[in-house]
Design a protein around this ligand. Sequence first.
Ligand code: FES
Ligand code: FES
Length: 223
Amino acid sequence: MTAVSADGLDAAAGGTDRGDAGVDGTGREKAGTDGTGRGEAETDGAGGGESYRLHVDGFLRTVSGAWIGDSLLTVLRDVLGVTAVKDACEQGRCGACSVLLDGRLAASCTVLAADADGSRVVTVAGLGGSGLTRAVRAMFLAEGAVQCGFCTPGFVVAVTDLLTRHPDADEEEIREALAGNICRCTGYGRIVAAVRAVQAERGILPPGDTPTPGDAPSRPDGG
Ligand code: FES
Ligand code: FES
């Protein structure tokens, strides 16, 4: 197993309902721009782009000179240097770029950064190293839910969001909640086992439903 840093990594497929707030498949265009996606809302004259502010992982960041059509993912990584959020499909299909946007799980590649002006953005790096998030990270490692690690940051954000909103989610609910995150290495059995282990550690699982490390099914196809 390849060890992964706390900012792990990810990917997701199919039906995600995460914040499709305004970009097309390329993550660009929209918000009233012309055919080039450029030309509106240039306010600072320096760099010819929008200027707005985002609260990222607890810090107020000013974005100047970014293209009006840049996705939140692009601005986080390429403008603000927040590389804990991962870039994979850029089409809202993999979950690698998952963040909490004003407290709601969102695929940052599907959100126009300019539309998020004034919003609170929390990446895996901003979730903190204690409590629930620490337990999620620890159990991903303990249960073998991390291989290459590229999907892990997105999963950690999604699992933390799920267990915050729904601490006693059953396996079906866990799988449904994580349907927007793709992992091509571990098989989802290990990831579900990690979530169940967090629940067990926190005394949430009902008696007799406590998983033994390594007992969750894992199929080569990720099932
Ligand atoms: S990069 Fe795949 S959902 Fe955003
Ligand atoms: S894509 Fe999930 S661990 Fe490699």
